[in-house]
Design a protein. Structure first.
Length: 219
């Protein structure tokens, strides 16, 4: 069972994917965390975001270790634990540097496919922006999550609290979506992808709906 979940920032992909993975006894892959890990790697190396060639080189050389356990999630890059650091605002502000470079995406997509295939039995829930169309287009369950702009901003604000001001919040949610959409379509469901608008749903309701979809496909 491979469940692929796409969607924009603040829609609740991570919490939904984790909840579904726990309920069904599956692995969990946060592909966005891999982009964030590479961001830390190139910043650690003193690479300027404008130096595209150096960012590509840092991506290709980055040693990324990522947990697929929804109850024990961690990320390491080049031997350093960056689980908490990748969520810091300064990383969020630079992560589009990696995600908008085609060569970087290609490198990480290959790694993500390898992880998914290594955990295809019993299964894995993978979430990100291009999982349903690029990373795992043949997954039995493919879902594109969406929510209103107001709902997404409110959720991300609740998640980050006082770590960001309003300008940083809009940058993290709306500017990143705008930048990433130059390479990836995560707002329109491709053929065979189920659309799920959770603007008015709780986290628990969203998780249950994805579980019901997955069980229906598995029958």
């Amino acid at each position: 069972m491979i469940i692929a979940i796409d969607g924009p920032s603040g829609v609740g992909k991570s919490s939904t994917a984790k909840g579904v993975a726990r309920a069904l006894g599956l692995g969990y892959l946060d592909t966005g965390a891999m982009y964030r890990a590479v961001t830390v790697a190139f910043l650690d190396a003193g690479v300027e975001p404008s130096d595209t060639a150096a960012v590509i080189a840092a991506t290709r050389s980055a040693d990324i270790d990522i947990s697929v356990d929804p109850d024990d999630f961690w990320v390491r890059v080049n031997g350093r634990d960056v689980t908490t650091e990748i969520r810091e605002p300064y990383v969020s502000a630079k992560v589009s540097t990696v995600s908008t470079i085609a060569e970087c995406r290609a490198d990480l997509v290959k790694r993500q496919r390898d992880i998914i295939m290594a955990h295809a039995d019993p299964g894995i829930v993978a979430e990100g922006r291009d999982i349903t169309t690029v990373v795992a287009p043949d997954a039995p369950v493919r879902i594109l999550m969406s929510a209103s702009e107001a709902a997404r901003l409110a959720r991300r604000k609740q998640e980050l609290g006082q770590k960001v001001d309003e300008a940083q919040l809009v940058d993290q949610v709306l500017r990143r979506d705008r930048d990433d959409s130059k390479l990836v379509n995560f707002t329109t469901a491709a053929d065979g992808v189920i659309s799920l608008d959770n603007s008015d749903l709780t986290k628990e309701q969203t998780i249950q709906l994805v579980i019901d979809i997955a069980k229906g496909v598995a029958k």
